[in-house]
Design a protein around this ligand. Structure first.
Ligand SMILES: N[C@@H](CCC(=O)N[C@@H](CS)C(=O)NCC(=O)O)C(=O)O
Length: 192
């Protein structure tokens, strides 16, 4: 199996952490370089990372990759509450990706504009719900939902995307899980 992605991407990191002790090849792409972008486009018309190549099969999207690996590696299927947790994490993650791309396109994402307001509202509300869930021990097991949460929160810290002072339980969740399998080796700070 080959996982195509980048080191900083939180969506790619989920799968790297999930596969921490398993044998697979990681192909590190810079999706904005000409050569790597050609690889991305050839394999994945959505032009997003990650994608997984297993013999002739190409699987797009971290969520589908998890389902594929569940079947292939007999991993535990997600419960409905875990599916909902991942929907929450994805919603905040997607909005932060959009805001980051807008910033890199030269927009001031703190402007009072509908698109930016919607993303910021979503991120703030979702982080507040996740804070409550962590306080209620809904992320106390190290499972795929917890991996996804860790990748989101550590990426927020790495890119300095959102003030976390209002979310002490989320901050504590990151410190408490720093030694989990695959966390250190997939650190986005290693991208250089
Ligand atoms: N739903 C996708 C989201 C993947 C995603 O947004 N990846 C980002 C990198 S973190 C990306 O490839 N962005 C490129 C773009 O938006 O053009 C998944 O779960 O894999």
């Amino acid at each position: 199996m080959k996982l195509f992605g980048s080191i900083p991407s939180p969506y790619v990191r989920r799968i790297r952490m999930l596969l921490a002790d398993r044998s697979y090849e990681f192909v590190n792409l810079n999706i904005f370089s000409e050569q790597d972008r050609a690889t991305l486009i050839r394999l994945n018309p959505t032009r997003k990372i990650p994608m997984l190549v297993d013999q002739e099969q190409v699987i797009f999207d971290s969520n589908l990759i998890y389902r594929y690996l569940c079947q292939k590696l007999a991993l535990p299927a997600l419960s409905w509450p875990q599916e909902n947790q991942i929907i929450l994490i994805n919603a905040a993650n997607d909005s932060l990706v959009e805001l980051l791309i807008c910033q890199r396109s030269g927009f001031d994402t703190n402007d009072d504009k509908l698109f930016f307001n919607l993303q910021r509202e979503r991120v703030g509300e979702v982080l507040a719900v996740l804070e409550q869930q962590v306080q209620a021990d809904a992320f106390s097991d190290w499972n795929y939902a917890a991996i996804c949460l860790y990748c989101l929160l550590d990426w927020i810290a790495f890119r300095n995307l959102w003030p976390m002072d209002a979310f002490p339980a989320l901050t504590q969740f990151v410190s408490a899980n720093q030694h989990q399998p695959g966390v250190a080796s997939s650190d986005p700070r290693l991208a250089g």
